[in-house]
Structures are given as C-alpha cells and as structure tokens.
Design a protein around this ligand. Structure first.
Ligand SMILES: [Zn+2]
Length: 82
C-alpha cells in the first residue's frame, strides 16, 4: 500500500470513497493491485499526515464524488448578496 496526498481538481472538492462519508478526501491510497482509493483523515490507514505525503493525481478514469469548492461547511450558508 502506498499513500499520497490527494490532488484535488481546481473546481471541485473530492469526497471520501467510504459509503456514507461526506468528509473531504485528503489521502490517495494505492494498493498492491494498483487500485486507488480516496479517503478522509478518519478512514485512511496512513500514519503520516497528508501534508507530509507526496502529492499525486488519481487516474483520470476514476470517477469521484465531489461538491463545488465554494460549498460551505458547518451549516451556515453564504449571506445572499444585497
Ligand atoms: Zn471517510
């Protein structure tokens, strides 16, 4: 198993692959068969913080769940423009 810091596309935030998890995926795990998994800090097996791992882009044909980069976290929506 290899661990990388997940490279996010410019206009999207990639979410964790685990079912029901809506956390941002910070880790890219590559297993011995070359399968790639995007996981959040809670679900990764990495003992190293993502900021200390090399960055890597997932393979382009790997579908991912995402939300727009401007999606607000914490339940407070952005104030509407006056
Ligand atoms: Zn997760």
């Amino acid at each position: 198993m290899e661990f990388f810091q997940l490279h996010h596309p410019l206009n999207a935030t990639v979410l964790c692959d685990r079912k029901g998890c809506e956390q941002v995926a910070d880790y890219l795990e590559v297993d011995d068969h070359g399968h790639e998994y995007r996981l959040c800090a809670m679900h990764t097996d990495s003992k190293t913080h993502s900021s200390r791992l090399p960055t890597r882009k997932p393979s382009p044909d790997l579908p991912f769940r995402s939300r727009p980069a401007d999606w607000t976290v914490g339940g407070t929506s952005a104030p509407s423009k006056l």
